[in-house]
Design a protein around this ligand. Sequence first.
Ligand code: SF4
Length: 338
Amino acid sequence: MDSAGTRPGDGANPSSAPKAAGAATLPELKIQLANPRGFCAGVERAIQIVERALEKYGRPVYVRHEIVHNRFVVEGLEARGAIFVEDLDDVPDDFPVVFSAHGVPKSVPAEAESRKLLYVDATCPLVSKVHREAERHYKNGKQIILVGHAGHPEVVGTIGQLPDGAVLLLQSVEDVATVDVADPDNIAYVTQTTLSIDDTAEIVAALCKRFPLIDGPKKEDICYATTNRQESVKAIARQCDAMLVVGAPNSSNSLRLVEVAERSGCARARLVQRATDIDWDWLGDAKCLGITAGASAPETLVNEVISAVRERFDVTIEEVSGIEENVTFKLPRDLANA
Ligand code: SF4
């Protein structure tokens, strides 16, 4: 285990921890632990890229944008010598820079090359796949519609794969009715990888209804990790009186898990970055608490949340069986043997 302290399963397993003295007097609470939850292959790879870059090039290594959307992860890497910046202008010459898992507009590596910066691209391969799709459609003369959230770095990166104006951004079913395309018979859509499966299906259905000849991805762009985490929340939502989603407020896939929980029958769901964020009054007299984590949230923080719950309740934990994930992504060749 490295000092970033960010791998799933880190730390003591709270499900097997002894109960606190006097636990018998505590109110009973069942925890339903969603499965799968937490780190995905793209996040694991991105963190590893920064760690390997630090080993290979020494400190500091600059990282453009949070490598993944989680403060705990970012602070762990900062302690090891990573410096996070939002703009390439803030990277001095002669220092390596890593681009975050969310992807970057083409102008970013182009600028790095013009400055002769050593850069490593940690864009998740599943985001890169969407970039290549958009490029392919564009080369085939199609106008591109991107379904996603304005301002999210992944959306900025995908729009930035193509010349200005080539990509139209849609955020809702309502947007479909008003979007103005040049040739309705010559358009294609791609989506952000971390959207709500159900919302996106509605938007895509509206697009296909309005533009019957629209081209789309062969396999949907929402990634396996986003899909599996939403499905695992749906599987437990109805039994849970409340749900805690461990994740960051700027993490798209974590925010979607809160929405999915509430829409799938859980009375209330909240995002917490870590245990200190838990509002115990909000939890009230819940008898069953669901816990899950977004794709950029380490298992250490899930364990921390469970430990905090154990201090106030007599807890039994039920870990739901779910899809087994065995996705891994290769590191860039330069860092594979670092
Ligand atoms: S959430 Fe999906 S697209 Fe984003 S890093 Fe993880 S696997 Fe890649």
